[in-house]
Write a protein that binds this ligand. Structure first.
Ligand code: NAP
Ligand code: GLV
Ligand code: GLV
Length: 321
């Protein structure tokens, strides 16, 4: 029987070309939107490999429906959309695309830091609405980045890349991570601190943890209350790490100054109150969204999948923890 591979979304051509070189029966979801669950449950039955998106929920039901699945290649570094424990127990290999998207995601983090501190999105709306009548000494005042304290929560690949760029603004770095990162500390003078110290002292708190059972609602009402009322929260990691309704109320009552978000608790739904607030900048999950990055991700995701189907070791395997 011919090896069958299913792509839940069209990815950049470079990745598809690699898959086409193999002698697979290749099926690509023809819709330019996520594959409906019903179709996913049908397709999964008789495929050997799936290349999927972070928006596809690969849970027990999907895994149990698969009869000969060998590999789940996620087109993302994060893999909270996959039941890794269950799939691994069934002997299915899970792969992801770490590293190639680190700089792109760090750059989006900085885009949000600038946008919220200097009110870029709000000011753009102001100009478009024809409100710019005259220069004013007090118009749309923001906050300086230079000399401020950046708090990194989760100092892995992306958290560290964000911190490294902070020296351009003479910012001090404090970080929270379960393990100390000594070479990072040497490179950036970053200081390891408790979550509480970070929340109480940082002018910008930037989240870079993976979403796990331990990190769900890591930042809730209590944590937001510890932050300075001049501080900003940035989340480019995963929505459920922050309790979104607690964040909405902290933004409304000015418990914190503002937030920059790339991810949401119930993606793609965005809390309706967030949309009404001016002290938050909202992006539609664009962390890795550069042409260069998405192309490299497509190549790696395809190579990971091909390696498993050739009984070779893929470059990036996700193991249950
Ligand atoms: P990473 O290198 O694995 O970094 C994660 C860091 O979090 C590690 O330093 C890890 O510590 C730490 N950590 C994990 N669980 C923790 C816990 N319970 N308490 C304290 N620290 C903990 O991952 P990455 O490549 O930087 O990516 C991070 C996340 O960003 C991904 O999981 C993904 O969800 C998200 N992301 C979002 C976008 C976007 O488009 N917005 C793009 C890419 C990634 P150890 O080193 O001790 O393990
Ligand atoms: C994007 O969010 C990723 O995890 O790659
Ligand atoms: C501002 O535009 C200045 O010249 O100070």
């Amino acid at each position: 029987m011919k090896t069958k591979v299913y792509l839940t979304r069209r990815i950049p051509d470079e990745g598809i070309a690699l898959l086409k070189k193999q002698n697979y029966h290749l099926v690509i979801n023809p819709l330019d939107k996520p594959v409906p669950r019903k179709i996913l449950l049908q397709e999964i039955k008789n495929i050997d490999g799936i290349l999927c998106m972070l928006s596809d929920r690969i849970d027990r039901r999907v895994i149990d429906t698969a009869q000969r699945l060998k590999v789940i290649s996620n087109y993302a570094v994060g893999y909270d959309n996959i039941d890794v424990h269950y799939a691994s127990k069934k002997g299915i290999i899970i792969t992801n695309t770490p590293g190639v998207l680190t700089e792109a995601t760090a750059e989006v983090t900085w885009a949000l830091i600038f946008a919220i501190a200097r009110r870029v999105a709000e000011a753009d709306r102001f100009v478009r609405q024809g409100k710019f009548k005259v220069w004013s000494p007090t118009l749309l005042l923001g906050r300086l980045l230079t000399g401020k304290i950046l708090g990194i929560v989760g100092a892995g690949r992306i958290g560290q890349a964000v911190a490294k760029k902070a020296s351009a603004f003479g910012m001090k770095i404090i970080y929270y991570n379960r393990r100390a990162k000594t070479s990072f500390e040497k490179q950036t003078q970053a200081k390891k601190a408790s979550l509480e110290t970070i929340l109480k002292n940082a002018d910008f708190v930037s989240i870079h943890l993976p979403l796990t059972e331990e990190t769900k609602h890591f930042i809730g009402a209590k944590e937001l209350r510890m932050m300075k009322d001049t501080a900003y929260l940035i989340n480019v990691a995963r929505g459920p790490i922050v309790d979104e309704s607690a964040l909405v109320s902290a933004l409304k009552t000015k418990i914190i100054a503002g937030a920059g978000l790339d991810v949401y608790e119930k993606e793609p739904d965005v809390h309706q109150d967030l949309v009404k607030l001016d002290n938050v900048v909202l992006l539609p999950h664009l962390g890795s969204a550069t042409i260069e990055t998405r192309t490299e991700m497509a190549i790696i995701a395809a190579e990971n999948l091909i390696a498993v189907l050739q009984d070779k070791k893929p470059r990036f395997v996700v193991k249950p923890t």
